[in-house]
Design a protein around this ligand. Sequence first.
Ligand code: SAH
Ligand code: AVI
Length: 339
Amino acid sequence: MSYLARVNAIKSKPRLVETLNYLDLDEKYKNDIAREIRESLTASQKYIPCKYFYDKRGSKLFEEICQLPEYYPTRKEISILKDIAPELMETFAHKDLVELGSGANLKIRILLGSVDESVRDTLRYIPVDISESAVIEASWDLLERYPEIKVLGIIADFTSQLDVIPTERPLMFCLLGSTIGNLEQEEAIEFLHSISANMKLDDTLLVGFDMVKARVTMEAAYNDNQGVTAEFNKNILNVLNNELNANFDLSHFDHVAFFNEDHNRIEMHLKANHDNRVRLKSIDLEIEFKGGETIHTENSRKFTAESIKDLAARAGLSIENWYSDTGGWFSLVVMMRRR
Ligand code: SAH
Ligand code: AVI
């Protein structure tokens, strides 16, 4: 079924799926991207905020990354979730599952599949994502699998629009895939703080963390043989071409990803392979790139038990439960507001 046909089909079932687009509010997305890109491409180390990876193509490429043999985080997290889903969902009737950065909601399906239809009938799933296509397609897919579920899809920037999420029912927030690792330490603390401010005392927060491991394993995950991660990385330039009427030539940039030991993070960059000049017409900006110069496009922080405990403590959250795979490659941590 085509994308448009799906959108229309969803709109014709408003009782089951409702989608709210908060990026459209006061042209928020357009204003944000204009301001943020002007600032980021004129910084001494040029960068592009990684939330701009996820247009329709970026979301699809990320789904492909999740299937790659080198990209272990998805497989590891899913294997843990399969084991713990019955326990996590034991007392879940009449609650909301709010997934921040929901993407294709692969993992929520595991949670929902672990309870009876009579329990699912009482649940509401609230995917929150900046990618409109991801929210719409994932909502549709979920409804096909579990027609009894209610879905409220929210298209919003979770770093600045958490307050649009309804929180009156008992709920569990899910922040999976180690998406928390794409935020700097201070941003992650602030983000977790604001999630915690939206939690009632009995609500829970389930966070996925990718752990520090052998450099070769981590670097392979971001330098796959099929070049999908390279395509995902370069697609961020397409997003700027489309959103800001820019003229980046993708062949002028190479994908670079490496582990930065000082910061325990994989860094992704786009490296100019020769001097070139780019014009971003909509914001009246012209940028010069020297050959060898990079645009920093993503940090993917890797965690240790200590760094997770420290993060939770600084965000005012207590750790209630901790689950890992046998090799300790990935952790799923249940947190609550500190009483
Ligand atoms: N949770 C899924 C997807 C992870 S990919 C998984 O574990 O596989 C990260 C997701 O977060 C993408 O779908 C992206 O569109 C979304 N995202 C990134 N930055 C965001 C932001 N600031 N606000 C809302 N969604 C964001
Ligand atoms: C969404 N996020 C946690 C992914 C990561 O691993 O940092 C995005 C990604 N970037 C390259 N590959 C996958």
